[in-house]
Design a protein around this ligand. Sequence first.
Ligand SMILES: [Zn+2]
Length: 108
Amino acid sequence: MARRCPECYAELPEDAVWVCPTCKYTLRTPAAAKAGIIFMVLGLALLGAFVFGPDQIGLRSGLVPTDLANVTIANFPLLVLGAFGIGAFLTAAAALKIRSEQARVSAA
Ligand SMILES: [Zn+2]
């Protein structure tokens, strides 16, 4: 049975994985995009924790070894930037993947 686009109800060719060739509807969100969004949310949460104060999030409560807590607090801006960077990279990679298939199906 042929798959159909949920947006325009056109029949989908076998090689249409991410986008509908007829209306360019995004059929599936690549896992990389979802992971990217998770990392960006994580970065935002870390940023919030940083603004709130790394000392306030329980790092020095005794659950984490003091050395590790100090290293984490010292490198907090790096952690925030890292999480955002990974998130932005994954989202961009997923967007490029969709773009390239859009270009491919419109050229066909
Ligand atoms: Zn469609």
